[in-house]
Every structure is written in C-alpha cells, then in structure tokens.
Ligand binder design. Sequence first.
Ligand code: ZN
Length: 273
Amino acid sequence: MSADNLSINLATVRAQWTLPQAVEACARMGIRAVDPWRDQVAACGLDTAMRAIRDADLAVTGYCRGGTFTAPDAAGRQAAIDDNKRAIDEAAALGAECLVLVVGGLPQSSRDIGAARAMVRDGLAALLPYAREAKIPLAIEPLHPMYAGDRACVNTLAQALDLCDQLGDGAGVAIDTYHVWWDPELETQIARAGRDKRILAYHICDWLIPTRDLLLDRGMPGDGVIDLARIGAWIAAAGYGAFTEIEIFSRLDWWTRPGEEVLSTCIERFEAI
Ligand code: ZN
C-alpha cells in the first residue's frame, strides 16, 4: 500500500491543530487527502477552510458529518433534515466526495429501536433528493452496536446496505474498521457493497485491548487486534481503489502527542499494512 492513497481524517489531529494548520501540515508531509469535521470548518469559517484545502491541493475524501435523523417529534426531525442540507452545501463547497452520516440513536426517553430505525430511513429518504441535486453522495456509516442507544442505530454493514437498497442512487456506505471488524458477515457484505458500487469511504484505526474509553480510545493501525491487511484486501477485491482514511479519536494517547509525530506514525503504519 502506498501513502499516495492515504487520507487523514482531521479528527486525528483535532487536539493539536486548527483546520488550516492541519491541512498545511498534511500537505507538507506528503499526504494528499483529508476529511474535515463540521466543527473544525465552523471554527475557521467555510471560506478559510476552502482556501486552505485548495491552496494545499488536497482531495477531500469525505465531510464529517451529518445524520442524527432521530428525534422525539416531527419538528426535531425536520430540523435535522434542514441541518443536513446545510452540511451538504458545505460538503459541496469543500469539494468533498461524500457526506459521512452517523444516523442517530434512540430519541430521548424512547425504548423503541425499531421506530428509531424507521426515522433514520425516512430522514434519509427526505434528504436524498437534495443530496443528489448537489452531487454529494450520502455515506451511511454503520457504528459498533455499543453506540446503538446514543449515536447510531444502524450497526452492521448489511443493515446499511439494506437501507441503500431501499434508497437507490446517491446512497452508499462508509466502512470503518473500528465499527465492523467483529462482524462474521464482514467479508460477504464488503463484497456485496463493492458489487453494488456502494463503498464511498474506507476508514481505518485499531481496536485496543483493553479499551479504556469507548469513544476516545481508538488505536493507531498496528497497535490493536484488527486484521487491517485482511480487511483491506477484501476492500480492494470489492473494487474500491480510492483513499483509505485513518481516523483516530485518542484522548489519552495520540491527542497528547505532537501533530507531526501523529502524522508520521500514520504514514509509517499505513505503509506497513
Ligand atoms: Zn469513521
């Protein structure tokens, strides 16, 4: 694997740098693509973010993130759709390949995960025409089931692909090893995603043992138990040849180190896979 195909999800260095600083550092270190977050763009302003990315001549492999389609009432669900439309506009302005979606967990005081999943489907269907018009594909990211309650009630690649089947053109998946590595159906579902041309993004990081924080203790590739070479081979066999994105949230480790050290380790580990 060559570092030419490496993208850095800018959450990986969010503690060290602003968006313009992170973009400049990535370009200086030979990285050719990034995936910025909405709060990072909001912090510097959309125009500044656009200019920084354009000046550094970087591809934008995704925009993190939209979603959160679940809400206790119709007004809340409509507000989510409106906010997702703004995220699509920003993604288009930044030249992003897709909008990454974390679809939302259970609405407040609900125990009905089936209803939450129906809200996600309805929200996606309502948003899709706008996304198609803007030519920003919607990348549904299935999250590990430990987040089903509070972040995303779409938890397997099969479930995300079933949604894509219902939605049609303009919907696809972001496959993140942290969330799906454990799935006994992973190989067959990656092949299915490739066949259906649904793979919009591929995110990697590692699963640490022990994991000390369920949200913010993701491992650098190579430090945990995920067979990234094997999964990467399935992704390649499925026909996905675009960028692989390293995405690490690491409050206790990588966010405490100098940004250059984080990026050079990302490059090293990526080349080693
Ligand atoms: Zn991800």
